[in-house]
Design a protein around this ligand. Structure first.
Ligand code: SF4
Length: 106
């Protein structure tokens, strides 16, 4: 996503995120087993700054665990990459909208 791969530490962070996401852990959520992106190049989900998100989002459109993926990214405040078909900026906006809605209700 934005600012990705600008430095080697960013690149290492992304690699760590990708490995964490695709590594099945004992307590890993079941939904990851159905992640459509696991059948594609995961790098497409972490484009360079200004890079296209179209291919990744296209895959997400057909993914059966899109909602679970997006919820995971929002819950864990994941800042990089495409999750649940949303970019970092789009997820930030979703959070803002959600916070505003909660504020209005309370
Ligand atoms: S919604 Fe997209 S990023 Fe999430 S698991 Fe599915 S294909 Fe992967």
């Amino acid at each position: 996503m934005w600012g990705l791969f600008e430095s080697s530490s960013d690149s290492q962070s992304v690699t760590k995120i990708i490995k964490t996401f695709f590594t099945k852990q004992e307590n890993a959520s079941q939904w990851r087993e159905y992640a459509l992106c696991s059948q594609t190049n995961p790098i497409a989900f972490f484009p360079d700054k200004g890079g296209s998100t179209r291919d990744a989002k296209s895959v997400c459109t057909s993914c059966v665990v899109r909602d679970e993926c997006l919820e995971y990214a929002l819950t864990n405040d994941i800042r990089y990459g495409i999750w649940g078909g949303k970019s970092e900026r789009e997820r930030r906006q979703l959070k803002k909208d959600n916070d505003l809605a909660i504020e209005l209700v309370s």
